[in-house]
Design a protein around this ligand. Structure first.
Ligand code: NAD
Length: 281
């Protein structure tokens, strides 16, 4: 586990616009207005995770950037966060944590607590694919995908929920996929994990709603990241042709949906799955 801290330029706290509140949301348990909201983003070194970190940084949040390998990519995310934050005074740390390991999830959550004493937002973005047809799929590929994509979401949610319950405030946003809704040949493991994320999201939303903690999922379609780069050209062309918007999505477009669900204004939205898919659904 590696931790390093970089703050954006020093400033007064009232410039931390963070996730803007509104009078109509006054009834909701808002994070302490005096403090900077703190977010944990797993998979923060990846395409979508990086965009989420940067978008949250631009909104004035402290961001704990979780990653599992390639420290240099996590460092780059942190650099971009510092740039995006301007003089908000928010802090950004990178923290190596394998989300399939309970101890790592606890350590990531603890690191966020040490940063600011609270956890306002968790974005479960870590994910992998191990594609293959069922008949030849090694059992290990099924297990690994489920362990990271689904169990990782469970472990991280469990790691932060005690603190969110104490705060009576929290936002959990899980990355699902259109594949978790419609299925896709060659992705039984991935589809099962992402369908599981939806069931998990809807169930946890019901458990936590009374404590003013919302739990939602975002289901991206075909987004340009390392994950989709690896696709064979023919498969890529076929997917692109099936998208009503006639183009791939960008990580920033997913991040915008995540930031909305993480906002104070989204207080009455829970247990939902928001598609970001150019109409694929
Ligand atoms: P990516 O490959 O660019 O990033 C994945 C991230 O997950 C990386 O930072 C990687 O280090 C991290 N990761 C992998 N295993 C981990 C582990 N054991 N512990 C902690 N972190 C781990 O992929 P992406 O496209 O940015 O995907 C982000 C999320 O969005 C994933 O959950 C993915 O399933 C989902 N998604 C992506 C697309 C798409 O088209 N790119 C579509 C639907 C859903």
């Amino acid at each position: 586990m590696t931790d390093q801290n970089t703050s954006s330029k020093d400033t007064t706290q009232d410039t931390n616009t963070a996730l803007p509140d509104t009078a109509s949301a006054a009834d909701t348990a808002k994070a302490d207005a005096q403090s900077i909201p703190t977010a944990i983003v797993t998979g923060g070194s990846g395409g979508i995770g990086r965009s989420v970190c940067v978008a949250l940084a631009a909104k004035g949040c402290n961001v704990m950037i979780g990653y599992s390998g390639h420290e240099e990519n996590a460092e780059e995310t942190r650099r971009l966060c510092v740039e995006a934050a301007g003089n908000s005074g928010a802090a950004f740390l990178i923290c190596r944590a394998d989300v399939s390991k309970k101890a790592d999830c606890a350590a990531l959550s603890q690191a966020a607590m040490e940063l600011s004493g609270r956890i306002d937002i968790l974005v479960n973005c870590a994910g992998i694919t191990r594609d293959g047809l069922l008949m030849t799929m090694p059992e290990e590929d099924f297990d690994t995908v489920l362990d990271i994509n689904l169990k990782g979401t469970f472990l991280m949610s469990q790691a932060v929920s005690r603190q969110m319950l104490r705060q009576r405030y929290g936002r959990i946003i899980n990355l699902s996929s259109v594949v978790g809704i419609h299925g896709n040949a060659g992705q039984t493991n991935y589809a099962a994990s992402k369908a599981g994320v939806i069931g998990f999201t809807r169930s946890l939303a019901k458990e936590l709603a009374g404590r003013k903690i919302t739990v939602n999922a975002v289901a991206p379609g075909f987004i340009e990241t390392k994950m989709t780069e690896a696709m064979p050209e023919k498969a890529r062309e076929a997917v692109l042709a099936s998208i009503p918007a006639k183009r791939a999505g960008q990580p920033q477009e997913v991040a915008a949906a995540v930031v909305f669900l993480a906002s104070f204004e989204a207080a009455y939205i829970t247990g939902q799955v928001l598609g970001v898919d150019g109409g694929m659904e």
